[in-house]
Design a binder for this molecule. Structure first.
Ligand code: NAI
Ligand code: MG
Length: 353
């Protein structure tokens, strides 16, 4: 019997609606080659829905996703709607309801992509970002709005369980790679939360025995990403630090348009979610020129998570081959459209089958 996966696709806003269909075509093609099927449940959730109904997704949206095998997201965000409304109305509730506590962001220099800084030619790193607590918290408030006394307070939340499980995931990953793990910290300035982070990371990683752990202050680490990118393998970081570092690494690797991200629920009690690192790119939306590689690579991470490693490999090899052959979108100084690039990937999938 053919294996069938049920995946919810949420193209969302802007270029999400261009790169998600592009990646789905490629995933369907590898599925055909490898002999499995994906049933896509397309959700028209996002900013248009918010403007029409006042909510980014239906009230029972989370329940609708709960029995699926995965979630394939484009991006959310539209000019005219505050970004915290779109983010907290869809993305963050999914991450938190499904305990997707690991945000995995691999970065490496893809073939045919020019390195932006020297040393990036050999860049091959993974950011393991804490994804459900930390600096992105609902705890806090505002007072005296619009007056000189106006103020805002935002609390960070770091729990032993939250830090140790993400550190454990990162340590396991480091064991399978170089054996080296960098923890991003700021324990000199952030007086309570970051020394706690350091202690729990150290305690957790020491249990794995073989991993060599290096704690690096976030500001120095940011500089190191630019100055010595090849000295980095696996990074474990809090929600905010991981968010910033992964964009920085993606930029160093050539373009934010190629970077993927997996929001994982490692115990597999709930569906995991796969998306590119980039946003809805309103500046180029509707022009058909968005780079679909980040979305395709996110699709490969999803296939890997589903246990379809062979299919994941085929997809990565195909988009790398297209890039290596000089087929590139404008963000990589090429002239290919989203469609041209997608056709090129499908052609290579077919000829390699
Ligand atoms: P962005 O990633 O959408 O765009 C930044 C720059 O990179 C733009 O110049 C854009 O044209 C370019 N770019 C991004 N993806 C590209 C691709 N695939 N191909 C070619 N060029 C690409 O980030 P920005 O401008 O800060 O945010 C735009 C909107 O997206 C905002 O509303 C923001 O809140 C939202 N956003 C959503 C995210 C998500 O859904 N996970 C993540 C980041 C931003
Ligand atoms: Mg980000």
């Amino acid at each position: 019997m053919t294996t069938v996966y049920t995946v919810d696709s949420i193209p969302g806003d802007g270029i999400g609606r261009e790169v998600v269909p592009a990646a789905i075509r490629c995933i369907d093609e590898v599925a055909r080659i490898e002999g499995f099927e994906v049933t896509w449940r397309e959700r028209d959730w996002g900013s248009d829905r918010y403007l029409a109904d006042g909510a980014m997704m239906p009230a029972d949206g989370i329940d609708q996703l709960a029995d699926g095998d995965g979630i394939f997201l484009g991006a959310v965000g539209q000019p005219g709607i505050p970004d915290h409304v779109t983010l907290w109305g869809l993305l963050i509730p999914i991450r938190r309801s499904f305990m997707q506590y690991v945000n995995l962001r691999p970065v490496r220099l893809l073939p045919g992509v020019e390195a932006r800084v020297s040393g990036a030619e050999k860049l091959d790193a993974v950011v393991v970002r804490e994804n459900v607590e930390g600096e992105y918290s609902e705890i806090g408030g505002r007072a005296y709005d619009g007056r000189p006394e106006g103020m805002a307070i935002q609390q960070s939340v770091f729990t032993h369980a939250g830090v140790s499980r993400v550190a454990e995931f990162a340590a396991d990953l480091a064991v399978r790679r170089s054996g080296r793990l960098i923890s991003a910290t700021k324990s000199n300035g952030i007086l309570h939360a970051m020394p706690f982070w350091d202690e729990v990371v150290e305690e957790t990683v020491s249990r794995s025995g073989t991993v060599e752990l290096e704690s690096v202050l976030i500001d120095a680490l940011a500089a190191r990403v630019v100055l010595r990118p090849d000295s980095i393998d696996v990074i474990v970081a809090s929600n905010l630090f991981g968010d910033i570092l992964s964009d920085l690494l993606a930029a160093v690797a050539g373009s934010i348009g190629v970077a993927p991200s997996a929001n994982l629920n490692p115990p597999r009690e709930h569906p995991s979610m796969f998306e590119p690192v980039h946003g809805s790119a309103p500046d180029i939306a509707g022009k058909g020129i968005a780079n679909p590689v980040g979305q395709m690579w996110a699709g490969a991470l999803m296939l890997e998570h589903l246990g379809e490693e062979q299919a994941a490999k085929r997809l990565v090899i195909a988009f790398e081959a297209a890039l290596a052959d000089g087929i590139r979108t404008a963000d990589l100084a090429g002239t290919a459209s989203t469609l041209d690039f997608t056709e090129a990937v499908i052609e290579r999938l077919r000829s390699a089958a």
